[in-house]
Design a protein around this ligand. Structure first.
Ligand code: NDP
Ligand code: HSE
Length: 435
């Protein structure tokens, strides 16, 4: 008896959609062997069907109306690769309600409406596969749901945004400007349609919320993820960090401390030779600590056409062979039976800090600054102040202080008070340090 082909509808034929269409058409024979049945792209919805594209599709019907995909009763799977959280939510809920499985790379939608989407899938006995939603081509969802299933997860720490890592690499290695690097990341297809989501840490927070759901079984509102992005990062801080033996990376972290879950997204100074500090360009890396396995590390391209398509097509194959359905049922994500560990306030997290102040270059300034830090019991590990050079220093100089461990809340209060010292110009710049 011959096996029926898997009939696929796709919404979106942009960076990722084009990669998926390419893989499905160019690798058809190999993928059919893996899936045990033919994978047929039958219909594709786009915003503008007349647009010229990097791919010419002769098989599927192209439509300007996403509803044509959702309402096509011959389809088995809808692959949503358009992004956003408004009409794509309707498209996904409509597809599930009419009996189709979903594959999506839409982390914004899952992080904000995960419960509604997963409840709808459960109700209709369908599944949602979303490997591409976190870290592009790295199979981190599969690692957490299957490979590490025996473990109680203790912590997750990762570089989850390719655009930010690309910008940071360019600024630190070639002295490129933030704006030029962002433009290049957009040209290469790494950035979101609104790149503010990348650089302000929102995209990383979306991905962290998904990882926390899988690793800790807990739904965390996005508003409870303390987040700082890289948009206001100054190249001066990258240079001082390097002088101190560190690199700066945008890190997402979720950790269990004393039965409480701590989550945050922030630029962090990492020892230059540590594995995460070595992650360059659009690569991502995720460290996962399990109680049985110990420390594990996952690395690969976190954004871009073919790496992301690799994860999407893997999900399609999983649906074709029936694996995705059983994994989906056993995971029970975004369900009412999830965990609800209290969240640890970021004020109570212990960290070392990098602190940079623009100060008057005159006697007594160092004493004023250290006195204020001492008042808050913040201990100094090292200080850098270079002799002011050139004529345009206006009598000011950069003062960089590395602290010992202190509670973040206490440190932040001290940093705010520093802004009010007469000898300090502008705002104190500070980032956590991890050794
Ligand atoms: P693009 O902006 O390149 O593509 C979006 C696609 O959606 C386009 O083909 C567009 O059509 C289509 N679209 C937009 N509005 C409509 C509409 N109203 N009806 C039908 N189609 C519509 O995005 P990406 O491919 O970069 O990203 C897609 C998803 O994948 C997003 O959720 C993103 O967050 C996620 N993602 C992206 C990664 C990447 O590296 N780019 C990596 C991991 C996840 P048209 O072409 O006609 O404009
Ligand atoms: N804009 C995202 C990034 C795409 O740069 O990482 C991958 O999720």
């Amino acid at each position: 008896m011959s096996v029926l082909p898997l009939k696929i509808g796709m919404i979106g034929l942009g960076v990722v959609g084009t990669g998926v269409a390419k893989l499905l058409s160019e690798q058809q024979e190999r993928l059919t062997k893996k899936a045990g049945r033919l994978l047929v792209l039958k219909k594709v919805a786009v915003r503008d069907a007349s647009k010229s594209r990097d791919i010419s599709l002769d098989g599927p019907v192209i439509t300007n109306h996403w509803e044509d995909v959702v309402n096509d009763s011959s389809l088995d799977v809808v692959v949503e690769l358009a992004g956003g959280t408004t009409w794509t939510k309707d498209a996904i809920l409509g597809s599930l309600s009419s009996g189709k499985h979903i594959v999506t790379a839409n982390k914004a939608l899952l992080a904000t409406h995960g419960k509604e989407v997963f409840d709808c899938a459960r109700k209709n006995n369908r599944c949602v596969a979303f490997e591409a939603s976190v870290a592009g081509g790295i199979p981190i969802i599969g690692a957490l749901t299957q490979g590490l299933a025996a473990n109680k997860i203790i912590g997750i720490r990762g570089i989850l945004n390719g655009t930010c890592n690309f910008i940071l690499t360019s600024m630190s290695e070639t002295g490129g400007s933030y704006q030029d690097a962002l433009k290049e990341a957009q040209k290469l297809g790494f950035a979101e349609s609104d790149p503010t989501m990348d650089v302000d840490g929102t995209d990383t927070a979306h991905k962290l919320a998904i990882l926390v759901q899988i690793a800790f079984g807990q739904t965390i509102p996005l508003a409870s993820i303390d987040r700082v992005g890289i948009s206001s990062l100054n190249s001066i801080d990258i240079h001082f960090a390097r002088e101190l033996g560190y690199g700066i990376k945008l890190l997402a972290e979720a950790w269990i401390y004393d039965g409480k879950l701590a989550v945050h997204v922030s630029p962090v100074l990492l020892r230059r030779h540590s594995p995460l500090a070595q992650v360059r360009q659009a690569y991502n890396a995720i460290q996962v600590m399990g109680d049985a396995v110990g420390d594990t590390l996952y690395y690969g391209l976190g954004a871009g056409r073919m790496p992301t398509a690799s994860s999407v097509v893997a999900d399609i194959i999983d649906i074709a062979v029936g694996r995705a359905q059983s994994t989906f049922n056993s995971m029970n994500l975004w369900s009412d039976s999830g965990n609800s560990s209290p969240l640890l306030s970021s004020d109570d997290v212990n960290s070392r800090y990098y602190l940079r102040l623009l100060v008057d270059d005159k006697p007594g300034v160092l004493a004023d600054v250290t006195k204020l830090l001492a008042k808050h019991q913040i201990s100094i590990a090292s200080i850098i102040q270079h002799e002011a050079e050139g004529e345009n220093t206006n009598g000011k100089v950069q003062l960089v202080i590395m602290t010992h461990l202190s509670k973040c809340g206490k440190f932040r209060v001290a940093a705010q008070e520093l802004d009010f010292l007469d000898c300090v110009s502008g705002k104190a710049v500070h980032y956590p340090v991890e050794d």
